[in-house]
Design a protein around this ligand. Structure first.
Ligand code: NAP
Length: 468
């Protein structure tokens, strides 16, 4: 762990394994309650220093870290690939995106400002001036998932530093290595000791302590809806942002450009074995083009190269654990039992599940209703756009969705009617640029990320008035 700029260990090691074959890739340590307290205290001690840094000083630290991360690209990509098992080519992309997130955070630090309040718009405001400034919150607890261990951590840590806060970061138990590397990299870039602390250990054991801790002002969480709702219920008056799950849908209209829609739908369904919060899980294709779409989709899916994550050619590798692969395979079996057709994949070897395509899936199957978080996609057809929109909205989630069509009227009708935080026209829902406002409605969460929006969440406006 990293606390106050020092390495901290305990008597309980946690071995970290490569999910693909179970080989050892490192060891971290399980935090005790005292260690968690120590981390919050270190952050609280650093918070006044962070608050006192000028906007330019914060920006300079983040920009230096951006340079260092670019120089450390290959090592960091190996750390990410080793701990979460994603193909090395995707891990490199994640590092590049994390560098973008750092750079956007550095730029955002320069733009933190309040506004002038028109005091004399009220009868009692004559001769008064009013303004707001944005102040940091103090200590932020950042709790992150395994699937993008570096970039989703960066989406919390970059904006928190830009906003002048100190952080206690709890990465997912399976993926702590890149988090510790990132803390060292930021310290080497001039971040004051204690401004970023990393504690490792099971969320079920140390999560509540972080959420309840009186020294923590805000919890920023990315992960499953179950844990997110627990945090929200326990957090009382603390600020909370929650980036949760989805079962993303894309609509393929009969005028869609299939040359573009099909390859993006395949990548969107199977990148990182579907372990992406916006992974394409439900495809609704206009019945008139169902056969053509499916033929092309299955042809491209069959060409995906499955293998070891460190092989530069590998496009699909394992899930995070064998138990997860077994769970997803069980959902596929259940859907078939309820009448779905298995038209590709379905075979599992240890933690690796083949890219799997189901058609005619019952709306009551778990694959339709819940978040699969695996390499499986349900392709169903519809007759009218209204029906497709209704099917997309028949979900408890609402993170992102998309449509392929050449008809602007249809595209904007769908954009207005689909209940999500982000809607993409001629793009799959599995699309995110790091400056975008990103977050969901319904069970997909509350609050937005993207450095500009996260800085707003991580600061409070303070009003100052002046009786001239
Ligand atoms: P998870 O099981 O909810 O874990 C997320 C984090 O919460 C981990 O660090 C975990 O620690 C911790 N945690 C577990 N129990 C906790 C508790 N009681 N209190 C506080 N923290 C606790 O999620 P995951 O399996 O890592 O990630 C997959 C989920 O994340 C999916 O639902 C996916 O959709 C979602 N996700 C959402 C976004 C988004 O931006 N909307 C992005 C990526 C992923 P341990 O690892 O120690 O259990």
């Amino acid at each position: 762990m990293r606390i106050g700029g020092r390495d901290v260990t305990t008597d309980t090691p946690i071995p970290i394994h490569l999910p693909y074959d179970g080989s050892d890739v490192g060891t971290v340590f399980e935090a005790t309650k005292d260690v968690v307290d120590e981390a919050v205290e270190a952050a609280a001690a650093a918070a006044p220093r962070m608050r006192a840094l000028t906007l330019d000083e914060r920006s300079t630290i983040l920009r230096r870290a951006w340079e260092k991360l670019n120089a450390d690209r290959e090592e960091m990509a190996m750390a990410v690939s080793s701990e979460c098992g994603k193909p090395i080519r995707e891990a490199r992309t994640e590092v590049d995106r994390s560098a973008q997130t750092l750079l956007f955070s550095a730029e955002q630090a320069h733009r933190i400002h309040g506004e002038v309040v028109p005091m004399d718009a009220s009868p009692g405001g004559k001769g008064r001036w009013g303004m707001t400034i944005r102040e940091p919150l103090g200590v932020i607890a950042a709790i992150t998932p395994f699937n993008f261990p570096l970039n989703l951590s960066m989406h919390k840590i970059g904006p928190a530093i830009a906003a002048g806060n100190a952080v206690v970061h709890k990465p997912a138990s399976s993926t702590p290595i890149s988090a510790i590397r990132l803390a060292r990299l930021l310290e080497a870039s001039g971040l004051p000791p204690g401004a970023l602390n990393v504690v490792t250990g099971p969320g079920g054991a140390i999560g509540d302590q972080l959420v309840f801790h009186p020294g923590v002002a805000m919890i920023t969480f990315t992960g499953s809806p179950e844990v997110g709702m627990r945090i929200r219920n326990l957090a009382g008056l603390k600020k909370v942002t929650l980036e949760l799950g989805n079962n993303s849908a894309v609509i393929i209209e009969d005028d869609a450009d299939l040359e573009k829609a099909v390859p993006r739908s395949v990548t969107g369904s199977f990148a990182h074995s579907g372990q992406v919060c916006i992974s394409v899980q439900r495809i609704f294709v206009n019945r008139k083009i169902r056969e053509e779409f499916l033929d092309r989709f299955l042809t491209l899916t069959s060409k995906l190269r499955i293998g070891h994550p460190f092989d530069a050619q590998t496009e699909v590798s394992s899930l995070i654990t064998e138990a997860e692969a077994r769970r997803v395979a069980g959902w596929v079996e259940e859907a078939v039992g309820q009448g779905a057709h298995l038209v590709a994949g379905g075979q599992r070897r240890r933690a690796t599940l083949e890219p799997t395509v189901l058609t005619d899936v019952s709306p009551d199957s778990r694959i339709s209703c819940l978040e699969a978080f695996g390499p499986v996609v349900a392709v169903n057809s519809y007759d009218s756009l209204g029906e497709a929109i209704e099917l997309v909205n028949r979900s408890e989630y609402g993170l992102q969705a998309g449509i392929y069509t050449r008809d602007l009227e249809k595209a904007f009708a769908a954009a207005r009617q689909v209940q999500v935080g982000g809607f993409h026209i001629n793009e799959v829902p599995q699309y995110r640029l790091d400056q975008m406002p990103y977050g969901g409605v319904k069970r997909s969460g509350i609050g937005r990320e993207g450095p500009k929006y996260a800085v707003e969440e991580m600061t409070e406006p303070k009003l100052i008035t002046w009786n001239v």
